[in-house]
Ligand binder design. Sequence first.
Ligand code: R5P
Length: 314
Amino acid sequence: MPIVSGSNSRPLAVDLAAELGWRHVPLEARRFPDLEGYVRIPSEHIEAVRSSVEPVVLVSTTYPDNGIIETLLLLEAISDVREGKTDSLKGGGPEGLHPVGPGVILAIPYFGYSRQDKRFQAGEVVSAKAIGKLLAVRCDGIVFLDIHSESALEDLGVPVVFTSCMPEIAHYLQETVKPDFILSPDKGAIERASQVAEAIGCRFSYLEKTRIDAHTIVHAAKDLDVDGAIVTIVDDMIATGGTICRASEALISQGAVEVHAACAHGLFTGGAISRLDEFVNGVHAANSLQNPRAVISGGPALARGVRSLLDDSS
Ligand code: R5P
């Protein structure tokens, strides 16, 4: 089965293909000078995309916003090619292209809008569900990697699998940082961070966080018993870095000798990396997004998700 990718997730798509022992097929995805998106399945890869009776797997993120457009257009292009559609083709097209079977599974390394998983105020939209529904009508199933919250995405009308790279993050930390304490910086990350602590076999605790605004967060005071400890703060994503910096301050004030941060999704917005460098000894991210701290492959986790989706639907 082919694994295909556009412009935003190629290294991870290559990792996934290697993990599954399938072929990676690069698709064309770029932007016009006015920034509108353009995608195309190159002629030399049309047969590869039509070659399997099982669905093609597209690896594509929905971040930033142009990732949504690119993903939607790629899903449409793959379905058209697999259905043999050549209508509207300037100058006419190849004759006799028959449909080749079900279309496409979408594997999303980082799903943008996942944090708007409910209406926090009247009049808001549940953005995660709105974007999820747009994608779901164009594919036969979706694999989400380390989604912030599953609640808004459980009823999209196609099979959905949630997978996680926390086992790989735990393995990486054990080999490099060797933490003796894992901290969840808020209640939302407890399940993920405690899974890492359990895999490593080290102590664990969590903080209670209140977000005042996008750039200001406050943690409730708590005794953490980290005197002399090497601590890693584990979260699903790091955006501004504020959550990690504040948690690190609490840890250092209580005697931690080293503080690291690990996450599945390194968004690192607005100078986050240099801000983090002042507060932590190291930042370790999975490669759901491409950035200089993406040192852990999300390929094995996506492979587990794809296998699970295929097993469930067979
Ligand atoms: C929110 O609950 C998430 O799990 C992260 O903790 C949050 O998005 C991190 O954002 P920032 O790095 O801007 O503090």
